[in-house]
Structure formats: structure tokens, C-alpha cells
Design a protein around this ligand. Structure first.
Ligand code: XUL
Ligand code: CO
Length: 435
């Protein structure tokens, strides 16, 4: 057993809802079967490498606060291996079947893209070995195209084609690494694909550069035979004032215009949805409505802060509706729940990383149990069915099939009788299940 920062912590076990030991699950029982599938297979939990292992608690005003010794020497391959030991010790103890990482989280820092690519290559064998030993799989890989100064004016959408080429090189390397590691998905988050001011920006040019970039990735994916799903992660702003991938609907329309719809789906992040002025539930439902749902980055924002606080999820009611929707649409295929959530800067005890994830995972487990109850009840679904039932009538079906013109329709107008939407009754039902 290698030396890690978590050696003193034991494997987290399920101990039931009455147990008060914070280092145990109250609800998440990985082998418990719900609607014919284990909790583990329903939720497909992943831990993110960046917030938990590659960030020391620094913010725009202050320095690092956490005990992450490897961060003191970010250019050292040896330290990257120590980070790997601690990360896998954590994955194993928390019982997460998946993880996600950026190239720059895993590899020692390189000043040039070529140096980064060499450093990443050196990590693949030790990483594969860890994955095998711990039976941990890669939910998705991604390239960081937003931290290095070369990307300050965007990656694919940069006015300088040399920056576009660097970004393409980084994605090629990371896509190939994800393929080699049998990743289930590859994620593209357009961190700086947007603008800070329209005084210096040509939107039309930048969007067509972005579309070309994505098409190159699709072509390369097919060339190397990567069978995983490509995903775009919408976010409206931060770090840029306006990000082109602002929300699910915007990305879907963009993909449609550039004939990329069959190749790319969405990774919906809870806090990004609320930053875009929508609910998390809306973004997930919209992705499903357009057959574009892929995976989830789970976290939450703070209602009083207008930025991406990436806090651990704590709303069981909201999660019940999300999980119900996922199950009713056939469950995750390649996707899962990736904990793109970070500790508060004052949470400096090593245990805090455990309790944060345990709390978030328990909320998902409890929400899964609630969702199953609601699906069995069929209360909401049968209400919805009866609400739309008049669309099954012959004339309504003909309208939908395009067989009735406006003129014909106008000949047979009956003043409709309003019906209650019953929102309070339905909310009462939801509270009875979840509160
Ligand atoms: C940023 C964000 C990223 C992506 C991966 O807001 O969510 O961590 O998930 O680049
Ligand atoms: Co994310």
C-alpha cells in the first residue's frame, strides 16, 4: 500500500439511515437493487481529479489552504505519481466506480504543449495499472484549453490559428489517451470559447472556427475507432463574459447548423444550468427532449452568488426529479454522475473530502429510492397523460400529421373549457415523497 494522504481513513461502508458516523453511507448501498438494477449501476458515480486533487483551495484573493503536498512541485513527474496514489486511494475508499480528468490534472506541468504531451504519455502506464488494480474506470477524459496564457483569447475560437493548432494537438493527445484507457466519453467544455467584448470579436468567424474544430475531433474519433460518446458541456459565462455553449438549447442549435448532431451529446452541469438562468431540471429535460442527453456534472451554486461555486449537491427534491427523468428515459448509457464539486476553502481536514462526497452520494441514493417510488406510483405520469389526452383524438392527430390546413381548422372552432394545471396538488405529492 503506497503512502497517501488518506492512509488513516478506512473504506466507507453503508451503515443505514440511523447511523451517525459521518464516515459512512446512510443511503448509498452499492449492491441494493432498485427497479432491477444496482444503485452502483444506476448512478455510475465518478470523482473528478481537478477539484479534489489538483486544486489547493486558492481563490482570487487567497493562497492554497488544503494539504495537497504534490502541488508544491507541479512540474515533477514523481509528484504526479504521488497524486495518483492518493487519488486512487480515495476512489477506492469512497467506492466510486469511475473518475474523470483533464490532461493537465494528471500530468506534470509542461510549459509547451509538446512538453505536456510527453508528460501525459509518461502517466498512461501507471494510470492503467491503478485502474486495473482498483477496478476503477474512466467516465470521461478532457483537455484543459483554458488555463495556459496561450488560450486567453480562446482555443478553437482564437484569432490566431497557431493557438487553434495547439488546442487541436492537445485534444488529439487526450482523445487518444481516453481511447487507450477505455473511457466511456470525451468531454469538451468551451472554457474560453466566447468573448469578453464585442469591440474586438467577430462572432460569425469564431463560430465557424469552433465548428471546424469539432468536426476535426469527430473525424479523428472515427479514425482511431474510439467508441465513447463525445459531449459538450454548456455554460453561459465565466471565465468569459459570454460563452458560445451557453445552454443546452444553444448548443443543440449550433450542432444542428453544422451537421454535428449525430456525433455530439451534452454533459449537463447543475451549477451551469442555474448560471444560465434555468433550473438544472430544465436543462436535463431539454437535453432529453432533443435526444441530446449524455452525462451529468453534479454540484450546485449558491443562490446569492452569481458565479460557479461548484458546491456539493444537497437538494434531494431536485435530484429526485432528475433521477426520475433519467430512469424514465432508459437510464445512463455512457454517462454518469461526475462530482464536479469542490470543498469550501475552510474545509481543511482530510476527512472533509470524504464527508463532502458521502453527503452528495447519499443525496443521489435517497433520490434514486424516491424516484423509484414515484415511477411505481405512476401518479405524475398518469396526470400528464390525462392532461394531454385530447391530442389522441382523431382531429388532433390529423393536425399533428399535417393533414389539416389553417383554413380547414378554422371551420370547426369550439370554445375550449379551461382545466386546472393542479401545480400545488402535484407539489404536495412531491413533498410527501421527498421531505
Ligand atoms: C468548469 C467545468 C469544468 C468541466 C471540464 O466550470 O465544469 O470543470 O467540467 O473542463
Ligand atoms: Co463541469
Amino acid at each position: 500500500m503506497p503512502k497517501t494522504i488518506f492512509n488513516h481513513i478506512s473504506k466507507i461502508k453503508f451503515r443505514g439511515s440511523e447511523n451517525r458516523d459521518p464516515l459512512s453511507f446512510n443511503w448509498y448501498e452499492e449492491d441494493k437493487v432498485i427497479l432491477g438494477k444496482s444503485m452502483k449501476d444506476h448512478l455510475r458515480i465518478a470523482i473528478c481529479y481537478w477539484h479534489s486533487f489538483n486544486w489547493g483551495g486558492n481563490d482570487v484573493f487567497g493562497e492554497t489552504t488544503f494539504n495537497r503536498p504534490w502541488l508544491l512541485n507541479p512540474t515533477s513527474h514523481k509528484e504526479a505519481l504521488k497524486k495518483l496514489d492518493s487519488a486512487f486511494d480515495f476512489f477506492n475508499k469512497i467506492g466510486a466506480p469511475y473518475f474523470c480528468f483533464h490532461d493537465v490534472d494528471m500530468a506534470a506541468r509542461g510549459e509547451t504543449v509538446k512538453e505536456l504531451s510527453e508528460n501525459l504519455k509518461k502517466m498512461i502506464d501507471p494510470l492503467s495499472l491503478k485502474m486495473e488494480e482498483n477496478d476503477t474506470q474512466l467516465l470521461w477524459g478532457t483537455a484543459n484549453l483554458f488555463s495556459h496564457p496561450r488560450y486567453m483569447a480562446g482555443a478553437a475560437t482564437n484569432p490566431d490559428p497557431e493557438v487553434f493548432k495547439c488546442a487541436a494537438f492537445q485534444v488529439k493527445n487526450m482523445l487518444e489517451a481516453t481511447h487507450q484507457l477505455k473511457g466511456k466519453n470525451y468531454v469538451l467544455w468551451g472554457g474560453r470559447e466566447g468573448y469578453d467584448t464585442l469591440l474586438n470579436t467577430d462572432i460569425k468567424k469564431e463560430l465557424s472556427q469552433y465548428a471546424r474544430f469539432l468536426s476535426l475531433i469527430v473525424e479523428h474519433k472515427e479514425k482511431i475507432g474510439f467508441k465513447g460518446q463525445l459531449l459538450i458541456e454548456p455554460k453561459p459565462h465565466e471565465p468569459t463574459k459570454h460563452q458560445y455553449d451557453r445552454d443546452a438549447a444553444t448548443v443543440i442549435a449550433f450542432l444542428e447548423k453544422y451537421n454535428l448532431r449525430d456525433h455530439i451529446k451534452l454533459n449537463i452541469e447543475a451549477n451551469h444550468a442555474t448560471l444560465a438562468g434555468s433550473s438544472f431540471e430544465h436543462e436535463v429535460a431539454n437535453a432529453f427532449a432533443f435526444n441530446a442527453f449524455g452525462s451529468i456534472d453534479i454540484n450546485r451554486g449558491d443562490p446569492q452568488n452569481g458565479w460557479d461555486t461548484d458546491q456539493f449537491n444537497n437538494d434531494c427534491k431536485e435530484m429526485t426529479m432528475i433521477i426520475k427523468n433519467i430512469i424514465m428515459n432508459g437510464g445512463f448509457k455512457n454517462g454518469g454522475f461526475n462530482f464536479d464539486a469542490k470543498l469550501r476553502r475552510q474545509s481543511i481536514d482530510t476527512e472533509d473530502l470524504f464527508t463532502a462526497h458521502i453527503g452528495g452520494i447519499d443525496i443521489l441514493a435517497k433520490a434514486l429510492i424516491n424516484a423509484a417510488t414515484m415511477i411505481k406510483d405512476d401518479y405524475l405520469e398518469s396526470f400528464k397523460k390525462s392532461r394531454y389526452q385530447d391530442w389522441n383524438k382523431e382531429e388532433a392527430q390529423k393536425i399533428l400529421a399535417g393533414e389539416i390546413s389553417l383554413d380547414d381548422m378554422s371551420k370547426n372552432i369550439i370554445e375550449p373549457k379551461p382545466k386546472s394545471g393542479k401545480q400545488e396538488l402535484l407539489e404536495k405529492y412531491l413533498s410527501n415523497i421527498t421531505d
